[in-house]
Design a protein. Structure first.
Length: 247
């Protein structure tokens, strides 16, 4: 970033000298990390190792790093989210879909001080989920069923973040290709339908879903992949996504 002219720099230095009267809220990023396993929507939780809420389950996340001058302003929100995701899951940046969700800023959401959180949701393919490892500040990491295993209360206001993330992906499922990021590299029609059912929390009619899938194939969004998947009934054709599109 181009440094400001001398007169503006002098103004900014004087402004910073008075800024304490306005207060300085901290900023965090919190991550609702989701996958689909065994036809069930799963959420990644970490058990906090340190106060506040030591021993409680929480979403992965942490403070945004802030610089100390004109030339060092710290990291962007996106970079902070990717950094925390890598630290908390051990997965590389390009292995996870990440999108900003909402900003949570209730004055009492963090007992330490005034903290504003920019929340994100992340989608992880089921074949990568077993490789997730706990970060340095987490005592334990666990995938839990959103619908059946969720703790009575998460730390901070993380229950609200989870509710917002689930509502967001349910709303986007039929209009955006988020299912790309919740199936293995190759998948059957039934496996893709199971992802939709896990997110929506309700069954899809198999015939209607197959017709919808056929439109994706006709539009060049998906294509046949080599081989077949062995199932309990008969071998099933496998597919892969070619490009993002459809709905």
């Amino acid at each position: 970033m181009k440094p400001p002219p001398d007169d503006e720099r002098a103004f900014l230095e004087g402004y910073r000298a008075r800024i304490d009267r306005f207060g300085r809220p901290s900023v965090t990023v919190d991550l609702a990390v989701l996958t689909v396993q065994d036809s069930d929507l799963k959420l990644l939780l970490v058990r906090r190792e340190r106060p506040p809420y030591a021993g409680a389950w929480a979403l992965p996340g942490g403070f945004v790093r802030v610089g100390d001058g004109f030339d060092d302003r710290g990291e962007s929100l996106l970079d902070a989210a990717h950094r925390e995701l890598a630290e908390e899951t051990g997965l590389p940046r390009d292995a996870v879909f990440l999108e900003q969700l909402y900003t949570f800023g209730a004055p009492d959401r963090d007992p330490r001080m005034r903290v504003i959180s920019v929340a994100w949701y992340a989608l992880i393919r089921p074949d990568l989920a077993p490789f997730v490892t706990a970060g340095s500040d987490a005592a334990e990491v666990r995938w839990i069923s959103v619908g059946h295993e969720r703790p009575a209360a998460l730390a901070f206001d993380h229950d609200r973040i989870v509710d917002a993330a689930v509502e967001r992906i349910r709303g986007k499922l039929d209009s955006a290709p988020i299912a790309f990021d919740l199936v293995p590299p190759t998948f059957t029609v039934a496996e893709l339908r199971a992802v939709h059912e896990a997110i929506k929390g309700e069954p899809y009619d198999a015939s209607n879903f197959r017709r919808r899938f056929k439109r994706l194939e006709d539009d060049g969004v998906v294509e046949r992949a080599p081989g077949k998947r062995r199932t309990s009934r008969r071998p099933a054709a496998v597919y892969r996504f070619v490009r993002r599109g459809g709905g």
